[in-house]
Design a protein around this ligand. Structure first.
Ligand code: HEC
Length: 261
């Protein structure tokens, strides 16, 4: 039978010239089971690819990536959590044998052995068998790997209070507040440096957003913070008369009222 039907063969570096019996039969020797790469095969590939692409696009529209509020380096109570596909590594670091003094084990050695083994599998396992049950060691290691990843992910997710977490870290979208830059309060907000740390629209910068402070503090407490500072905010920010301090806090309150609408 004429081989190749005009196709070009490329050399296969795994087969030496004297071992021609390892060369697989040509596709033309399987009549009816062969198809042209172009356009038949490529069209099928493309169709499947397009279905998945559109599927993923629909998924991203229906379930947008869950965002949390803007990162706040001053918030020590925030527990960072990796994306779901890294939860198993995160969970590993919670076990005593892989954390604390042994964190190198959990952070590098165990994942390194697992992923390094996967990377080197073609070189370590050179057996000719292809059926999983004829390669018990490799298959067993792989199954153990998959089971541990699933188990660790489950364990990690199980211990997160998702609802309260989502509630506490809701994104604060820049509200459509209109700042009256002509007002005396705004001028004081700017002159006293509040603007630099808390942002032009109170949206936050180095310091946290001041949208929502009126729910947390009374007017007098905000005045107190402006003068004495709080936590990482240094004292002595505000310098001026009591009347000016009132104007400044009035400004913060008015922006908060607008934002609450
Ligand atoms: C050097 C930067 C900086 C300046 C200037 C500054 N702040 Fe702050 N402010 C901060 C930081 C940082 C925090 C967070 C403190 C913490 O909780 O540890 C904060 C917190 C606050 C809070 C409490 C916010 C909350 O949600 O708990 C208020 C109110 C506040 N600032 C008002 C003001 C006012 C009014 C001014 C101007 C007089 C001002 N700040 C100037 C950095 C600054």
């Amino acid at each position: 039978m004429k081989k190749g039907k005009g196709m070009q063969f490329v050399g296969d570096s795994r087969i030496t010239a004297d071992k021609t019996r390892f060369i697989p039969k040509d596709y033309s020797e399987y009549p009816g089971k062969t198809e042209a790469f172009w356009p038949n095969f490529l069209l099928k590939e493309w169709l499947v690819g397009a279905v998945f692409l559109v599927g993923f696009l629909c998924l991203t529209v229906a379930h947008p990536a869950p965002l949390e509020k803007m990162a706040d380096p001053t918030d020590a109570a925030y527990v960072p959590l990796p994306d779901w596909y890294f939860l198993f590594l995160y969970q590993l670091l919670k076990y005593k044998f892989a954390s604390g003094a042994y964190f190198v084990l959990g952070a590098m050695v165990i994942p390194g052995l697992a992923f390094g083994g996967l990377l080197l599998a073609p070189f370590l396992d050179t057996g000719k068998e292809r059926r999983p049950y004829k390669r018990p060691i490799t298959s067993l290691l792989m199954i153990m790997g998959i089971v541990s990843v699933f188990w660790l992910t489950y364990e990690a997710a199980e211990h997160v209070e998702w609802e309260s977490r989502v509630e506490a870290n809701k994104p604060v979208w820049p509200s459509e507040v209109e700042i009256d830059t002509e007002s005396a309060g705004y001028a004081l907000y700017d002159q006293n440096g509040c603007l630099q740390c808390h942002g032009e629209s109170l949206e936050g910068a180095v310091g946290p957003t001041l949208i929502g402070v009126t729910d947390k503090y009374s007017v007098d407490e905000i005045k107190d913070i402006a003068v004495k500072g709080i936590g990482d905010m240094p004292a002595g920010q505000f310098e001026g008369s009591d009347e000016e301090l009132q104007q400044l806090v009035d400004f913060i309150v008015s922006v908060n009222e607008q934002a609450a609408e």
